[in-house]
Design a protein around this ligand. Sequence first.
Ligand code: S3P
Length: 431
Amino acid sequence: MSSKTVYRARCLRGSVALPGDKSISHRAALIAAIASGDSQLVNYSPSADCQSTLRCLRALGVSVASWPGRVHIRGCGLHGWRAPTATLDAGNSGTTMRLLAGLLAGQPFESVLTGDASLRRRPMRRIIDPLSKMGAEISAREDGRAPLRIRGTRLRPIAYQLPIASAQVKSCILLAGLLAHGTTQVTEPAVTRNHTEIMLGQFGARVEIGDRTVAVTGPAELTGREYRIPGDLSSAAFLIAAALALPGSLIRLTGVGVNPTRTGFIELLQSLGAPIQWHNRRSWQDEPVADLVVRSAPLRARRPLTIGGEMIPRLIDEIPILAVLATRIEGGVTIHDAQELRVKESDRIRTVAENLRRMGARVQEFPDGLHVPGPQSLRGALVNARGDHRIAMAFAIAGLMAEGETVIDSSEVVDISFPGFFRTLDDLVVR
Ligand code: S3P
């Protein structure tokens, strides 16, 4: 394991195209694999998580060829996968495990899905319950954790009310619904990322999208196609935060996905006066895309800034970097209703609080969030990312803002979502 030392930077300058969106890449690979015919996925995410999805598909007999930035998948149809001869390994990727489980639940064979130590600690009852209602037989460890043994069956459609706002659970059920005979409907308590439903329509499925409700009708007939994946806004968020915080910065991020179910972080910062401009707005397969231009600026809230409720799913993955940036926001930031952060790749409420404290910041931890007062200064420290990619990147950005030297332990974890993160930073940083 290698550590990375980060020093204070003057500012960020330059233009970058981000790697493909992780959430969209997983979905594109899985859906292409059950479509008929070939699919070309352009700008497929190079992240280790999205490689885990491809690895599982290959183990299911799907022909997958990949080149940098491009993946070719030969679709097998809904029931063309072959029984795996070994346990399927989703690595660190919750999206791989939860979405793939939906498709495996409707296959005429048994499979076992596992992952690394972090993924084996994460809750899976949330997908076991609805898939069992659809008729699948799934066994897990006692507390509903992976490994999952899935005995596929002919699935029944269900109407399901999600108890938590989770795009992974919603997508798991919708993918299972493609294999069921009839209409499967999912209702969510708050709007979550809607890439699955958009993409299913693009591949030819019958999908109805309402306000917080999505329905698919199976058995679906999907047709392979070319799919161009927008740059990952959740990766862009780290660069955006650095550019805002370091005076004199000016960066341009090209071809970034700006689906409104994902733009909570940008809208929040714009409401504080952040000069984030969207240029050249366009749409790739119904996914909104733009080039973002970001300049540094002081960030001020008119009243103490508290976020919670429906905003949380729209910026869930950006909360670690938002907490770091909060040290530069007059009045600071309070976050509530984000208890889901406790069951991500690490307990992100705890890891954010722990590392902000290591850097000399004051922070208050709640069961469902954090309060970070601002403005306050950071000093370099040894950061313990606890194997969590977004914590490593958030605190690398904190290191650019801090006095002295910041050391990120096991910095290679950034490869889980953003290989090349440190190279990209080196290219943009002006000292
Ligand atoms: C994701 C959904 C979110 C998010 C994760 C990716 C997806 O998780 O945090 O990084 O691709 O559907 P939950 O569904 O658990 O909220």
